[in-house]
Write a protein that binds this ligand. Sequence first.
Ligand SMILES: C[S@@+](CC[C@H](N)C(=O)[O-])C[C@H]1O[C@@H](n2cnc3c(N)ncnc32)[C@H](O)[C@@H]1O
Length: 258
Amino acid sequence: MATSFEYSNQARTYDLTRAASPSVLAPLRAALGDRPGSLVDVGGGTGNYARALADEGWRPVVLDRNAGMLGRAASKQLPVALGDASALPVADGSVDAVVFVSMLHHVPDWQAALAEARRVVRPGGVVAVMAFTREQVDVHWVLGYLPATLAHFAGLHQTRDELLGALPGAVEHPVLYEDVVDGSVAALCRRPELLLDPEVRAQTSLFEWAETHTPDELADGMARLEADLAAGVRPQDADPGRRAALGDASVLAWRRPT
Ligand SMILES: C[S@@+](CC[C@H](N)C(=O)[O-])C[C@H]1O[C@@H](n2cnc3c(N)ncnc32)[C@H](O)[C@@H]1O
């Protein structure tokens, strides 16, 4: 199931809690390799990851379907392009890298988006996808407090095998959040008290969805979380073996054969 979440509201506030996380940048760098070149950041939003990569020598264009998000990216001295992930306005084999960070679950035809990325990278170029697999969504324990939201959210995410089917032979680099610099659901799960702040939660499409569609469940779930934390429960420490085995998220790196 796809979402129609479109980020116009979040464009004004996204950067209050979302910046380029070191926990994501390290596996992203490993995926991209150490020879910076041209890069399309698909669904690049306010440009936080593109800015960080530009500072390391990459030449990114931030492509997004939301003009408000792109306005923020442009203010960071980044070239921007309005467009859709499913039909990239980019010539065949013309760029060194394409990245998707925390966005593929928003694309109804995600297979088309990955096919487009594979089309536009040059031979030897790389497609890097940072995403939660459906298996990893289970590691995001807060969703246990929100059953209807979990059902919705899980349905938006591809399984690991589905992603690998679209990116054959891709190498997986796990993401384990050690910071909350980029306050995604997975990162916030490391700091449960932050999940109690509606302003912090609102910068994630998941909680925005819950606020709109399941507000009673959200209020009840957050009240239960608050009570559990007050009682000394540490949900972020539950099942560390499973978290270590699966990762909080993954960066998949596919290289176009030369
Ligand atoms: C969670 S934000 C991630 C932004 C950025 N990649 C980051 O990690 O900071 C998701 C972004 O994907 C964009 N987006 C969603 N669907 C899209 C599509 N079909 N084509 C292009 N951009 C899309 C949204 O407008 C939003 O800016």
